[in-house]
Design a protein around this ligand. Structure first.
Ligand code: PEP
Length: 250
């Protein structure tokens, strides 16, 4: 059985004080919901304070990015050893990082290797643009992203990864994919590619999330889909009530 996950990506939002307040408010509402894995991903500078606010909690903490090298001359970057002990999860290859910070399939793959090396659970993002979607290229493109992300990984490592299918056209737009569209790619592309590469038993163990304009109003239908194991949530995760209701509904 795959444990469902609701992961909140707070992006570049919230000061340290605001992040602590949000974490406390979420904790108060969903602490007891341990059948759903809850992960909060604040900005780097907020991590120590939010970690303190979550101390003793069953809610996990994640980073939004990491570098592939352990240390070195990479101004402004944060490495696996720096995150180890502070977070359990790390988002890798979010489309905003691919779009604005020139991340490629190759660097995403290197970051996944680094995360696993340091005992962090990568939440790996894949997803097509609107133009690719309209051109009917989604299956091929997303399948290619999955293959590239997993290059060089053993089955045992892949089982520790979470993949988030996030169509770029659905992120922050209020236009979520339909539950059927999301299922088609999460199952027919992401899990099917995993099965091709590692066999069905491994593919059945990997959690596949959907991300893109999810909220308390549409999460039920999305979670009813057989190949969707949770959501990576942007905007709605900044609202304690909205996020907590999503956990409750799941
Ligand atoms: C995201 O950025 O990962 C995301 C899914 O954002 P939103 O929920 O706001 O569309």
């Amino acid at each position: 059985m795959r444990t469902p996950m609701m992961a909140g990506n707070w992006k570049m939002n919230k000061t340290i004080a605001e992040a602590v307040e949000l974490a406390r408010s979420i904790r108060a509402q969903v602490e007891g919901f341990s059948s759903v894995e809850r992960v909060l991903c604040p900005a780097f500078v907020c991590l120590p304070a939010v970690a303190e606010a979550l101390q003793g909690s069953t809610i996990a903490l994640g980073a939004q990015n990491m570098h592939w090298a352990d240390s070195g001359a990479y101004t402004g970057e944060v490495s696996g050893p720096m995150l180890q002990g502070l977070v359990s999860h790390v988002i890798i290859g979010h489309s905003e990082r691919r779009q604005y910070f020139a991340e490629t399939d190759e660097t995403v793959n290197q970051k996944i290797h680094a995360a696993l090396r340091h005992g962090l659970t990568p939440i790996v993002c894949v997803g097509e643009s609107l133009a690719q979607n309209e051109a009917g290229e989604t299956h091929e493109f997303v399948g290619g992203q999955v293959r590239a992300a997993l290059a060089g990984l053993e089955a045992e490592q892949v089982q520790r990864i979470i993949i988030a299918y996030e169509p770029i056209w659905a992120i922050g737009t209020g236009k979520a994919a339909t539950a059927e569209q999301a299922q088609a790619i999460c199952g027919g592309t992401v899990r099917a590619t995993l099965a091709e590469l590692y066999g069905d038993p491994v593919a059945q163990q990997v959690r596949v999330l959907y991300g893109g304009s999810t909220n308390q109003n549409n999460i039920r239908e999305i979670m009813e889909q057989p190949d969707i194991d949770g959501a990576l949530i942007g905007g709605a995760s900044l609202q304690a009530d909205n996020y907590s209701n999503m956990v409750r509904i799941t």
